[in-house]
Design a protein around this ligand. Structure first.
Ligand code: SF4
Length: 369
Protein backbone atom coordinates (compact mmCIF):
# COMPACT_ATOMS: atom_id res chain seq x y z
CA UNK A 1 0.00 0.00 0.00
CA UNK A 2 1.28 3.49 -0.89
CA UNK A 3 1.93 5.88 2.01
CA UNK A 4 -0.84 8.39 2.69
CA UNK A 5 1.55 11.32 1.99
CA UNK A 6 2.23 9.99 -1.56
CA UNK A 7 -1.49 9.60 -2.22
CA UNK A 8 -2.06 13.16 -0.98
CA UNK A 9 0.68 14.61 -3.17
CA UNK A 10 -0.68 12.85 -6.27
CA UNK A 11 -4.20 14.08 -5.50
CA UNK A 12 -2.89 17.64 -5.03
CA UNK A 13 -0.99 17.43 -8.35
CA UNK A 14 -4.06 16.12 -10.18
CA UNK A 15 -6.20 18.90 -8.69
CA UNK A 16 -3.66 21.56 -9.74
CA UNK A 17 -3.48 20.13 -13.28
CA UNK A 18 -7.28 19.95 -13.50
CA UNK A 19 -7.52 23.63 -12.46
CA UNK A 20 -4.90 24.65 -15.03
CA UNK A 21 -2.57 25.97 -12.33
CA UNK A 22 1.19 26.21 -12.74
CA UNK A 23 2.68 22.94 -11.49
CA UNK A 24 5.74 22.78 -9.26
CA UNK A 25 8.45 20.17 -9.82
CA UNK A 26 7.18 17.92 -7.04
CA UNK A 27 3.70 17.87 -8.56
CA UNK A 28 5.06 17.15 -12.06
CA UNK A 29 7.12 14.27 -10.66
CA UNK A 30 4.08 12.80 -8.91
CA UNK A 31 2.11 12.96 -12.16
CA UNK A 32 4.91 11.41 -14.22
CA UNK A 33 5.50 8.54 -11.84
CA UNK A 34 2.07 7.81 -10.42
CA UNK A 35 -0.87 9.22 -12.36
CA UNK A 36 -3.11 6.99 -14.40
CA UNK A 37 -2.13 7.16 -18.10
CA UNK A 38 -5.55 8.04 -19.49
CA UNK A 39 -6.11 10.69 -16.81
CA UNK A 40 -2.81 12.26 -17.83
CA UNK A 41 -3.93 12.22 -21.48
CA UNK A 42 -7.25 13.90 -20.64
CA UNK A 43 -5.56 16.62 -18.56
CA UNK A 44 -2.86 17.24 -21.17
CA UNK A 45 -5.45 17.48 -23.93
CA UNK A 46 -7.42 20.06 -21.93
CA UNK A 47 -4.19 22.05 -21.59
CA UNK A 48 -3.53 21.65 -25.34
CA UNK A 49 -6.91 23.21 -26.13
CA UNK A 50 -6.29 26.05 -23.66
CA UNK A 51 -3.11 26.89 -25.61
CA UNK A 52 -4.46 26.09 -29.09
CA UNK A 53 -8.28 26.22 -29.10
CA UNK A 54 -8.70 25.27 -32.77
CA UNK A 55 -8.96 21.57 -33.63
CA UNK A 56 -5.97 21.97 -35.92
CA UNK A 57 -2.75 19.99 -36.20
CA UNK A 58 0.22 21.60 -37.93
CA UNK A 59 3.23 20.14 -39.69
CA UNK A 60 6.23 21.42 -41.64
CA UNK A 61 7.77 20.32 -44.92
CA UNK A 62 11.50 20.39 -44.51
CA UNK A 63 14.66 18.39 -44.73
CA UNK A 64 17.40 17.63 -42.21
CA UNK A 65 20.68 18.39 -43.91
CA UNK A 66 23.77 17.27 -42.02
CA UNK A 67 26.63 19.23 -43.55
CA UNK A 68 29.16 16.95 -41.88
CA UNK A 69 29.15 13.75 -39.82
CA UNK A 70 32.67 14.33 -38.50
CA UNK A 71 32.55 15.01 -34.78
CA UNK A 72 34.98 15.17 -31.89
CA UNK A 73 32.28 14.87 -29.25
CA UNK A 74 31.77 11.11 -29.33
CA UNK A 75 28.42 11.15 -27.51
CA UNK A 76 27.67 7.64 -26.30
CA UNK A 77 24.07 7.75 -27.55
CA UNK A 78 24.99 8.80 -31.10
CA UNK A 79 25.13 6.34 -34.01
CA UNK A 80 25.55 9.08 -36.61
CA UNK A 81 28.96 10.64 -36.08
CA UNK A 82 32.35 9.52 -37.42
CA UNK A 83 35.60 10.52 -35.67
CA UNK A 84 38.07 12.83 -37.45
CA UNK A 85 40.13 10.80 -39.95
CA UNK A 86 37.39 8.19 -40.54
CA UNK A 87 37.00 7.01 -44.14
CA UNK A 88 33.24 7.41 -43.72
CA UNK A 89 33.51 11.05 -42.68
CA UNK A 90 32.19 13.70 -45.07
CA UNK A 91 31.66 17.43 -45.48
CA UNK A 92 28.99 18.40 -48.03
CA UNK A 93 30.13 20.61 -50.88
CA UNK A 94 28.02 23.47 -52.26
CA UNK A 95 26.81 21.42 -55.22
CA UNK A 96 25.40 18.65 -53.02
CA UNK A 97 23.97 21.18 -50.60
CA UNK A 98 22.29 23.14 -53.42
CA UNK A 99 20.76 19.95 -54.85
CA UNK A 100 19.23 19.02 -51.51
CA UNK A 101 17.82 22.52 -51.02
CA UNK A 102 16.32 22.62 -54.51
CA UNK A 103 14.63 19.24 -53.91
CA UNK A 104 13.20 20.61 -50.66
CA UNK A 105 11.83 23.69 -52.43
CA UNK A 106 10.36 21.52 -55.20
CA UNK A 107 8.40 19.59 -52.54
CA UNK A 108 6.99 22.81 -51.06
CA UNK A 109 9.47 23.08 -48.20
CA UNK A 110 9.75 26.39 -46.35
CA UNK A 111 13.01 25.81 -44.51
CA UNK A 112 15.88 23.44 -43.96
CA UNK A 113 17.11 22.12 -40.66
CA UNK A 114 20.88 22.20 -41.11
CA UNK A 115 23.23 20.73 -38.55
CA UNK A 116 26.51 18.82 -38.40
CA UNK A 117 28.93 17.28 -35.94
CA UNK A 118 31.55 19.22 -33.98
CA UNK A 119 34.09 19.20 -36.82
CA UNK A 120 37.57 20.20 -35.62
CA UNK A 121 38.25 22.29 -38.74
CA UNK A 122 34.87 23.69 -39.75
CA UNK A 123 34.64 26.98 -37.91
CA UNK A 124 32.42 30.01 -37.98
CA UNK A 125 33.83 31.39 -41.23
CA UNK A 126 33.01 28.23 -43.19
CA UNK A 127 29.49 28.12 -41.72
CA UNK A 128 28.84 31.80 -42.45
CA UNK A 129 30.02 31.25 -46.01
CA UNK A 130 27.64 28.28 -46.32
CA UNK A 131 24.70 30.29 -44.96
CA UNK A 132 25.49 33.21 -47.29
CA UNK A 133 25.62 30.81 -50.26
CA UNK A 134 22.19 29.44 -49.32
CA UNK A 135 20.63 32.89 -48.91
CA UNK A 136 22.11 34.21 -52.16
CA UNK A 137 20.77 31.30 -54.19
CA UNK A 138 17.59 29.96 -52.55
CA UNK A 139 14.43 31.45 -51.01
CA UNK A 140 14.45 29.16 -47.98
CA UNK A 141 14.65 29.60 -44.22
CA UNK A 142 17.72 28.41 -42.31
CA UNK A 143 16.75 26.62 -39.08
CA UNK A 144 20.31 25.84 -38.21
CA UNK A 145 22.95 24.50 -35.86
CA UNK A 146 22.33 23.71 -32.20
CA UNK A 147 23.75 25.23 -29.00
CA UNK A 148 26.64 22.70 -28.78
CA UNK A 149 27.66 23.61 -32.34
CA UNK A 150 27.57 27.33 -31.57
CA UNK A 151 29.68 26.74 -28.43
CA UNK A 152 32.13 24.60 -30.45
CA UNK A 153 32.52 27.16 -33.25
CA UNK A 154 32.97 30.07 -30.86
CA UNK A 155 35.72 28.10 -29.07
CA UNK A 156 37.41 27.13 -32.38
CA UNK A 157 37.55 30.77 -33.43
CA UNK A 158 38.26 32.14 -29.92
CA UNK A 159 35.28 34.48 -30.01
CA UNK A 160 32.41 34.96 -27.56
CA UNK A 161 29.04 33.24 -27.96
CA UNK A 162 27.54 36.67 -28.48
CA UNK A 163 29.95 37.42 -31.36
CA UNK A 164 29.38 33.97 -32.87
CA UNK A 165 25.62 34.45 -32.90
CA UNK A 166 25.92 37.95 -34.39
CA UNK A 167 28.02 36.60 -37.25
CA UNK A 168 25.70 33.66 -37.89
CA UNK A 169 22.62 35.90 -37.90
CA UNK A 170 24.30 38.37 -40.27
CA UNK A 171 25.10 35.45 -42.61
CA UNK A 172 21.47 34.26 -42.73
CA UNK A 173 20.63 32.15 -39.67
CA UNK A 174 16.85 32.49 -39.14
CA UNK A 175 16.19 30.26 -36.12
CA UNK A 176 17.93 27.65 -33.97
CA UNK A 177 16.73 24.08 -33.38
CA UNK A 178 16.87 22.90 -29.79
CA UNK A 179 19.13 19.91 -30.46
CA UNK A 180 21.88 18.81 -28.14
CA UNK A 181 19.80 19.41 -25.03
CA UNK A 182 19.48 15.69 -24.23
CA UNK A 183 18.85 16.13 -20.48
CA UNK A 184 19.85 19.55 -19.15
CA UNK A 185 21.49 18.17 -16.02
CA UNK A 186 25.28 17.89 -15.93
CA UNK A 187 25.35 14.57 -14.03
CA UNK A 188 23.66 12.99 -17.05
CA UNK A 189 25.59 14.95 -19.70
CA UNK A 190 28.95 14.02 -18.17
CA UNK A 191 28.06 10.34 -18.51
CA UNK A 192 26.47 10.21 -21.98
CA UNK A 193 28.01 13.23 -23.73
CA UNK A 194 31.19 14.28 -21.92
CA UNK A 195 32.55 16.12 -24.97
CA UNK A 196 29.50 18.32 -25.37
CA UNK A 197 28.66 21.69 -23.84
CA UNK A 198 27.27 21.89 -20.31
CA UNK A 199 23.61 22.46 -19.46
CA UNK A 200 24.43 26.06 -18.50
CA UNK A 201 26.14 26.69 -21.86
CA UNK A 202 23.18 25.23 -23.77
CA UNK A 203 20.85 27.55 -21.90
CA UNK A 204 23.22 30.50 -22.34
CA UNK A 205 23.23 30.13 -26.15
CA UNK A 206 19.44 30.03 -26.17
CA UNK A 207 19.17 33.01 -23.80
CA UNK A 208 21.50 35.06 -26.02
CA UNK A 209 19.63 34.00 -29.16
CA UNK A 210 16.29 34.95 -27.59
CA UNK A 211 17.68 38.35 -26.55
CA UNK A 212 18.59 38.88 -30.24
CA UNK A 213 14.97 38.04 -31.18
CA UNK A 214 15.87 34.67 -32.70
CA UNK A 215 13.19 32.01 -32.35
CA UNK A 216 14.28 28.55 -31.24
CA UNK A 217 12.80 25.21 -30.31
CA UNK A 218 13.61 23.10 -27.25
CA UNK A 219 14.05 19.34 -27.16
CA UNK A 220 14.58 16.54 -24.68
CA UNK A 221 16.02 13.09 -25.35
CA UNK A 222 14.93 10.84 -22.52
CA UNK A 223 14.86 7.14 -21.67
CA UNK A 224 18.56 6.41 -21.04
CA UNK A 225 20.33 6.97 -17.71
CA UNK A 226 18.37 9.92 -16.35
CA UNK A 227 16.01 9.81 -13.37
CA UNK A 228 12.41 11.02 -13.48
CA UNK A 229 13.41 13.97 -11.27
CA UNK A 230 16.11 14.93 -13.80
CA UNK A 231 13.53 14.94 -16.59
CA UNK A 232 11.46 17.37 -14.55
CA UNK A 233 14.54 19.48 -13.78
CA UNK A 234 15.09 19.72 -17.55
CA UNK A 235 11.54 20.99 -18.05
CA UNK A 236 11.94 23.48 -15.19
CA UNK A 237 15.07 24.99 -16.76
CA UNK A 238 13.26 25.45 -20.07
CA UNK A 239 10.21 26.96 -18.40
CA UNK A 240 12.40 29.42 -16.48
CA UNK A 241 14.15 30.52 -19.68
CA UNK A 242 10.84 30.96 -21.49
CA UNK A 243 9.60 33.06 -18.53
CA UNK A 244 12.63 35.32 -18.95
CA UNK A 245 11.93 35.66 -22.67
CA UNK A 246 8.25 36.41 -22.03
CA UNK A 247 9.22 39.07 -19.49
CA UNK A 248 10.86 40.91 -22.42
CA UNK A 249 7.61 40.67 -24.42
CA UNK A 250 7.73 37.42 -26.43
CA UNK A 251 8.30 33.73 -25.75
CA UNK A 252 11.12 32.78 -28.11
CA UNK A 253 10.79 29.02 -27.66
CA UNK A 254 8.23 28.14 -30.33
CA UNK A 255 7.80 24.49 -29.37
CA UNK A 256 8.96 21.65 -27.16
CA UNK A 257 9.89 18.35 -28.77
CA UNK A 258 10.51 15.36 -26.49
CA UNK A 259 11.72 12.08 -27.97
CA UNK A 260 13.00 8.84 -26.59
CA UNK A 261 16.54 7.48 -26.91
CA UNK A 262 17.08 4.97 -29.74
CA UNK A 263 19.84 2.59 -28.58
CA UNK A 264 20.67 0.55 -31.71
CA UNK A 265 24.21 1.07 -33.13
CA UNK A 266 25.15 3.33 -30.18
CA UNK A 267 27.60 2.83 -27.30
CA UNK A 268 24.60 2.26 -25.00
CA UNK A 269 23.03 -0.81 -26.70
CA UNK A 270 21.80 -2.45 -23.48
CA UNK A 271 19.37 0.28 -22.55
CA UNK A 272 15.82 -0.78 -23.26
CA UNK A 273 13.82 1.48 -25.55
CA UNK A 274 11.20 3.61 -23.83
CA UNK A 275 7.74 2.12 -24.14
CA UNK A 276 4.72 3.90 -25.64
CA UNK A 277 3.45 4.31 -22.06
CA UNK A 278 6.65 6.11 -21.02
CA UNK A 279 6.62 8.32 -24.13
CA UNK A 280 2.97 9.34 -23.74
CA UNK A 281 3.35 10.04 -20.01
CA UNK A 282 6.37 12.25 -20.70
CA UNK A 283 4.55 14.08 -23.48
CA UNK A 284 1.48 14.71 -21.33
CA UNK A 285 3.45 15.91 -18.28
CA UNK A 286 5.48 18.20 -20.56
CA UNK A 287 2.27 19.75 -21.88
CA UNK A 288 1.02 20.30 -18.33
CA UNK A 289 4.29 21.64 -16.88
CA UNK A 290 5.40 23.86 -19.78
CA UNK A 291 2.50 26.26 -19.39
CA UNK A 292 4.41 29.01 -21.22
CA UNK A 293 5.07 26.99 -24.40
CA UNK A 294 2.52 27.30 -27.19
CA UNK A 295 3.29 24.10 -29.08
CA UNK A 296 4.28 20.51 -28.45
CA UNK A 297 5.47 18.23 -31.24
CA UNK A 298 4.77 14.52 -31.56
CA UNK A 299 7.86 12.56 -32.61
CA UNK A 300 6.76 10.20 -35.37
CA UNK A 301 10.44 9.80 -36.31
CA UNK A 302 11.12 7.86 -33.11
CA UNK A 303 7.61 6.60 -32.21
CA UNK A 304 6.15 5.74 -35.61
CA UNK A 305 2.86 6.89 -37.13
CA UNK A 306 0.55 5.03 -34.77
CA UNK A 307 1.92 6.45 -31.51
CA UNK A 308 2.27 9.86 -33.18
CA UNK A 309 -1.47 9.71 -33.85
CA UNK A 310 -2.20 8.84 -30.21
CA UNK A 311 0.09 11.73 -29.20
CA UNK A 312 -2.48 14.08 -30.72
CA UNK A 313 -4.73 13.13 -27.78
CA UNK A 314 -1.92 13.50 -25.20
CA UNK A 315 -1.12 17.18 -25.65
CA UNK A 316 0.72 17.37 -28.99
CA UNK A 317 -0.68 19.84 -31.54
CA UNK A 318 2.01 19.44 -34.18
CA UNK A 319 3.39 16.51 -36.14
CA UNK A 320 6.86 17.96 -36.66
CA UNK A 321 8.05 17.77 -40.20
CA UNK A 322 7.99 15.46 -43.17
CA UNK A 323 11.78 15.15 -42.90
CA UNK A 324 12.42 14.50 -46.58
CA UNK A 325 15.84 13.43 -45.31
CA UNK A 326 16.80 12.37 -41.79
CA UNK A 327 20.14 10.78 -40.91
CA UNK A 328 20.64 10.84 -37.16
CA UNK A 329 17.76 8.63 -35.96
CA UNK A 330 18.12 6.52 -39.14
CA UNK A 331 21.71 5.73 -38.08
CA UNK A 332 20.20 4.15 -34.93
CA UNK A 333 18.19 1.80 -37.14
CA UNK A 334 14.84 3.63 -37.02
CA UNK A 335 13.46 4.31 -40.48
CA UNK A 336 9.94 5.74 -40.33
CA UNK A 337 9.12 7.89 -43.38
CA UNK A 338 5.97 9.99 -43.75
CA UNK A 339 5.10 12.29 -46.67
CA UNK A 340 2.94 15.39 -46.11
CA UNK A 341 -0.22 13.59 -47.34
CA UNK A 342 0.28 10.93 -44.67
CA UNK A 343 0.68 13.54 -41.90
CA UNK A 344 -2.56 15.15 -43.08
CA UNK A 345 -4.29 11.75 -43.05
CA UNK A 346 -3.07 10.99 -39.50
CA UNK A 347 -4.43 14.31 -38.22
CA UNK A 348 -7.77 14.06 -40.04
CA UNK A 349 -8.39 10.52 -38.85
CA UNK A 350 -8.15 11.85 -35.29
CA UNK A 351 -10.73 14.55 -35.99
CA UNK A 352 -8.36 17.47 -36.64
CA UNK A 353 -7.86 19.73 -39.62
CA UNK A 354 -4.25 19.88 -40.79
CA UNK A 355 -2.15 22.70 -42.12
CA UNK A 356 1.43 23.15 -43.23
CA UNK A 357 3.41 25.75 -41.24
CA UNK A 358 6.84 27.30 -41.42
CA UNK A 359 9.41 27.21 -38.64
CA UNK A 360 7.76 30.23 -36.97
CA UNK A 361 4.41 28.39 -36.86
CA UNK A 362 2.94 30.70 -39.49
CA UNK A 363 0.54 28.98 -41.91
CA UNK A 364 1.78 27.91 -45.35
CA UNK A 365 -0.79 27.00 -48.00
CA UNK A 366 -4.36 25.83 -47.59
CA UNK A 367 -6.09 24.15 -44.66
CA UNK A 368 -6.86 20.43 -45.05
CA UNK A 369 -10.23 19.87 -43.35
S1 SF4 B 1 25.08 13.83 -31.02
FE1 SF4 B 1 26.01 15.49 -32.23
S2 SF4 B 1 27.71 16.18 -30.93
FE2 SF4 B 1 27.17 14.13 -30.18
S3 SF4 B 1 28.50 12.70 -31.32
FE3 SF4 B 1 26.56 12.87 -32.46
S4 SF4 B 1 26.98 14.45 -33.98
FE4 SF4 B 1 28.55 14.67 -32.38
Amino acid sequence: MRPAAAVDSLQAALAAAEAGERLNQKQALALLEEADLLTLGRLAQASRFRHNPDPLVTYAVDRNINFTNVCTSGCRFCAFFRPPGSKEGYVLDKKELGKKIQETLDLGGSHILIQGGLHPEVGIEAICEMFAFIKENYAIGIHGLSPPEVVHMAALDSISLDQALDRLIAAGLDSIPGGGAEILVDRVREKIAPGKCSAAEWLQVMALAHAKDLMTTATMMFGHIETSAERIEHLARLRDLQDQSLARGKGHFTAFIPWSFQPDNTALPDIEKATANDYLRMLAVSRLFLDNFDHLQASWVTQGAKIAQVSLTFGADDLGSTMIEENVVAAAGVHFKLPAEELVRLAREMGFAARQRNTFYQPVGAMHT
